[in-house]
Design a protein around this ligand. Structure first.
Ligand SMILES: Nc1ncnc2c1ncn2[C@@H]1O[C@H](COP(=O)(O)OP(=O)(O)O)[C@@H](O)[C@H]1O
Ligand SMILES: [Mg+2]
Length: 240
């Protein structure tokens, strides 16, 4: 629901989807799932159940075994517009010898015009510096990422994705390795970004009480007592 009270069209639609890496052994079955602009959806469930795989499938990095995955107006394998999906992976994929600023600029450039104009490069720089500041890393801006702690590196990856200004943000355990105070700051900054931009946040969070406190909706992936090969997926409405 946007602030005019009119429900917008879903920007993620999964229909009859099975995900996984082997046709003979699907991890999760999702009969129907729609996710809307402005929504925060938390995916939770035991380790190894397929949470990361689901996020990577929505990001277009893993093909579904069957069914259709639509993001904006593109059905996979067609990809949505460049920069519209931001992904904070569980394994961060930072350029470790490069500075914090350099890493965040990579995200900012993905989100701005591909034309290498001076204006778009100034805009990218401004969004990168702003995102670094939001993550409380201004003092580390010119440090190589490899000198940062695990939690600081996770904040660099979050800044990189925010600087891209995505309409859909996929965040896989992005709050892990953070101390309690930093965790609240990072969580609040990301939620603030989502609310202000009417973007969608799909996050994987193993801490169920935190997931419940952040999310509008929870997607619980259970390890399939019903069928030994398929996990059981339910969407629960969580009151806010
Ligand atoms: N690239 C891959 N190829 C084959 N199997 C994989 C691959 N990545 C993950 N898996 C397996 O898929 C299962 C689900 O993994 P994952 O989605 O990472 O689970 P979760 O995020 O819920 O812990 C695990 O058994 C894992 O070993
Ligand atoms: Mg995972």
């Amino acid at each position: 629901m946007n602030n005019t009270g009119i429900k917008e069209d879903a920007n993620v639609i999964l229909e009859g989807v099975k995900i996984g890496y082997s046709i003979n052994n699907p991890l999760v079955e999702i009969p129907h799932l729609e996710i809307f602009p402005g929504e925060i959806v938390a995916i939770t469930g035991p380790s190894g159940v397929g949470k990361t795989t689901l996020v990577r499938t929505i990001a277009g990095l893993v093909s579904p075994i069957s069914g259709s995955v639509r993001v904006f107006d593109s059905t996979l394998p067609h990809r949505p517009p460049r920069g519209s999906i931001g992904y904070i992976p569980q394994r961060l994929g930072l350029v470790s010898h490069a500075s914090v600023l350099h890493n965040v600029l990579l995200g900012a450039r993905a989100g701005h015009s591909s034309a290498l104009s001076i204006i778009s490069s100034q805009k990218s720089r401004r969004s990168a510096i702003d995102a670094i500041d939001r993550m409380g890393l201004s003092e580390k801006m010119h440090e190589p990422v490899r000198r940062l702690s695990g939690g600081q590196q996770r904040r660099v990856a979050t800044a990189r994705t925010i600087a891209q200004s995505p309409k859909i943000l996929l965040a896989d355990e992005f709050l892990s390795e953070l101390d309690e105070k930093t965790l609240d700051k990072v969580q609040n900054e990301v939620i603030d970004y989502i609310r202000k931009n009417n973007s969608t946040l799909i996050l994987v969070e193993h801490d169920v009480s935190r997931a419940t406190s952040i999310a509008d909706r929870m997607l619980v992936i259970d390890d399939g007592r019903v069928n030994p090969f398929l996990s059981h997926t339910t969407a629960l409405e969580v009151g806010k």
